[in-house]
Design a protein around this ligand. Structure first.
Ligand code: NDP
Ligand code: 8X3
Length: 251
């Protein structure tokens, strides 16, 4: 079987990093993206024993840098079979009347527009070849809105709508499009959301949240189904979580 190449955004931590490890374990070639270059290099060093790894250091908010990074791929990494649109974060947790315009810009620019820029750079080769698999990392926040989640939830609802739109438009080309939507995952997500503040401390305490590896395993499952099977949409929670606001905590 031909070795596949996966392009993973947000591969420097959390779900993206865990997906890189999971894919490397199974011999999938990797293009790993993120802004923190030292982390990309460390992960490349660690995974190069298992598979070929190329790193791309860019900010998905920068349209030209994103397209240029994709164009810069060396021949051995330029055919992308699997695109994991994962880069994203929540910025802030405030009622809409108190929200920060900078936080709103960050979430819409990264979670929505960044995903579109990366997709724009990669979809043409998939339509040309009439094959490929795009996995967009949505969220339970893309399926329901929780208090103070307003714009983050809006960005993830947009990811879900864009995923469905991609699946329809790319259907004639035989391209698979999937959304994987986790609930609470213990990553750097809350550190980013609360800008390193102490509110992040309690988010994953008193229950066993999903780990990044749990999500990575589902992503790997989705990309290893037979050609005629597309895992279109997955909603996954830890056992302690029933929905965005119902979490069984011991403390
Ligand atoms: P992390 O904060 O651990 O990872 C976020 C990743 O996104 C990092 O690798 C970061 O890399 C990258 N990223 C952020 N901003 C940019 C940018 N402007 N340009 C390029 N890359 C960027 O969080 P998670 O792993 O939890 O989040 C990954 C995805 O999963 C996000 O889309 C998030 O919304 C989603 N998600 C998370 C859940 C959770 O509870 N943790 C639940 C459901 C969905 P760098 O900073 O190096 O650029
Ligand atoms: C991340 C899950 O509930 O913090 O998308 O929004 S949540």
């Amino acid at each position: 079987m031909m070795t596949k190449t996966a392009f993973i955004t947000g591969a420097t931590s959390g779900i993206g990093e865990a997906t890189a490890y999971e894919f490397a374990k199974h011999g999938i070639k990797l293009v790993l993206c993120g802004r923190r270059l030292h982390r990309l290099k460390t992960i490349q060093d660690a995974l190069s024993r298992l598979t070929d790894v190329h790193i791309l250091n860019f900010d998905v908010r920068n349209r030209q840098a994103t397209l240029d990074a994709i164009t810069s791929l060396p021949k051995d990494f330029s055919k992308i079979d699997i695109l994991i649109n994962n880069a994203g974060n929540a910025h802030g947790l405030d009622p809409i009347q108190d929200g920060s315009l900078d936080d709103w810009d960050a979430m819409m620019d990264i979670n929505v527009k960044g995903l579109l820029y990366v997709s724009k750079g990669i979809i043409p080769q998939m339509t040309e070849r009439k094959s490929g698999h795009i996995i967009n990392i949505g969220s339970s926040a893309g399926k329901e809105v929780y208090p103070k989640g307003n714009v983050y939830c809006g960005s993830k609802h947009a990811v879900l709508a864009i995923t469905e739109g991609m699946r329809v438009d790319l259907n004639p080309f035989g391209i698979k499009v999937s959304a994987i939507n986790p609930g609470l995952v213990e990553t750097e997500f809350s550190k980013v959301r609360f800008k390193g503040g102490k509110e992040a401390d309690g988010v994953y305490t008193g229950f066993k949240a999903l780990q990044a590896k749990d999500v990575a395993e589902v992503i790997h499952f989705a990309v290893t189904r037979p050609a005629h099977v597309n895992i279109a949409d997955v909603l996954m929670f830890c056992t302690a979580q029933a929905n965005s606001v119902t979490v069984k905590k011991t403390v």
